[in-house]
Design a protein around this ligand. Structure first.
Ligand code: GLA
Length: 427
């Protein structure tokens, strides 16, 4: 069994905690001590790997929804190397890495110009991408990068169109473990060439996203492939066929309750498209960015976990209040998100602004979220018969970290304004 969500570093995925060449002619006591320390730290990682359990180890890429951090929601297009290093350090210091937040994803804003031979260089805020990747890897984390199938990214930076192979090779050489490939300027090409014909648009999109998948595959490096087509052309129905490990199901999320819930509660019916190594992506987390109350933050975290959504913190993790950290780092909630069976949850019941969503978990447990989208406190009923449960169930409140009295039939739960009660039911 592995740590809650922690992935075993290995040479294969580019994380080399232990040097392969330990002794050579320059061997000295200093080198020996350094190597010993590295070996001990690798052992510590291994111990962690075996001590905490929630998700069984899997060699499969994105076997559970990817977790980590992404620069966009907080830093936008001005992100820098030092922001990313600070985020990597903070993931370690806060314990988020050990809870499974292992991808450190640089979004739009790192790209510079191409060399004469077509190689894409980072801009002046990223002096050395390989050294950044080494820095991230040395902390037991993985590096993500961003590009576009169009000529330009959404922020107007260089895209990969016509340079897919060379870009994939460059990313692999740097040690990139995750690529977000964002449609951006390719939308204009679709408008121009698909003549409003959805079938042509879908074929075109399929082709460009598959092209980068094949280019990544040809590098031989395992790289999580995140397709960001903003929900266009019903991406959930075809994106896994272009090698996507995750795909966006809608437009960009913003740091407010309306945006988070408009996106989150629009995910009904998509559960059948998700599963291990291929996930619906309702976009990144906004917890800790200042626009959500704690109840609203718990709403996003609960809903995303019921949806088996990728969990990419979108805040400045190096400057986080304790409440945001507690929301991001609630392992009982993370265990729902990372449940190894990978069955995405769906809407069970709705009545005006009240919603109940449920997710079947490994071993017969069921996670249930009671969401109150209203402005005042409400007593919400949960009728177990909706879940086909007729006998007594044991109940765990995962935000309160408390077992509640077992019950049968129906029971009401007090739910805060814009809040949630998230339960795990055991038969
Ligand atoms: C699009 C994506 C966002 C972000 C920006 C970057 O809007 O949907 O998630 O990557 O581009 O420019």
């Amino acid at each position: 069994m592995k740590s809650l969500l922690f992935q075993l570093p290995s040479a294969q995925n580019g994380i080399e905690m232990v040097p392969t060449k330990t002794f050579d002619v320059t061997f000295t006591a200093v080198a020996f001590t350094a190597n010993l320390l590295k070996t001990l730290s690798a052992l510590a990682v291994l111990l962690l790997f075996f001590s905490l359990t929630c998700v069984p180890a899997s060699a499969q890429l994105a076997a559970t929804p990817p977790m980590g951090w992404n620069s966009w929601n907080h830093f936008g297009a001005n992100v820098s190397d030092s922001d990313v290093r600070a985020a990597a350090d903070a993931l370690v210091a806060t314990g988020l890495r050990d809870s499974g937040y292992i991808y450190v994803n640089v979004d739009d804003g790192w790209q510079g110009k191409r060399t004469e031979s077509g190689e894409l260089m980072p801009n002046e805020r990223f002096p050395d991408m390989k050294s950044l990747a080494d820095y991230v890897h040395a902390r037991g984390l993985k590096l993500g990068l961003y590009s576009s199938p169009g000529p330009l990214s959404c922020a107007g930076n260089e895209g990969s169109m016509g340079h897919e192979d060379i870009d994939a090779r460059t990313f692999a050489q740097w040690g990139v473990d995750y690529l977000k490939y964002d449609i951006c300027s390719y939308r204009k090409i679709l408008e121009r060439d698909a003549h409003r014909n959805p079938e042509i648009a879908q074929r075109m999109m399929f082709a460009v996203f598959e092209r980068m998948h094949l280019a990544l595959q040809a590098t031989g490096r395992p790289i999580v492939y995140s397709v960001s087509q903003h929900g266009l052309s019903l991406g959930w129905a075809w994106a896994s066929q272009v090698g996507a490990n995750l795909w966006r199901t809608g437009d960009d999320i913003h740091d407010n309750y309306i945006s988070v819930t408009e996106i989150g509660f629009a995910q009904g019916g998509l559960s059948k498209f998700a599963g291990p190594s291929h996930w619906n992506d309702p976009d990144m987390l906004e917890i800790g960015n200042g626009g959500l109350t704690s109840d609203e933050g718990r709403t996003q975290m609960s809903l995303w976990s019921l949806l088996a959504a990728p969990l990419l913190a979108g805040n400045d993790v190096s400057k986080m209040d304790s409440d945001s950290l507690a929301i991001l780092n609630n392992r009982e909630v993370l265990c729902i998100d990372q449940d190894p069976a990978g069955h995405q949850g769906d809407r069970l019941w709705t009545e005006g602004p009240l919603e109940i969503w449920a997710r079947y978990l490994t071993g017969g447990a069921i996670a249930v979220g009671l969401f109150n989208r209203n402005q005042g406190y409400i007593d919400m009923p949960l009728d177990l018969r909706l879940l086909g449960l007729t006998s007594v169930v044991k109940v765990r409140d995962v935000w309160k970290h408390k077992d509640l009295p077992p019950f049968q039939g129906s029971k009401t739960f007090l739910v805060a304004p814009h809040g949630v009660v998230l339960l795990v039911l055991h038969r």
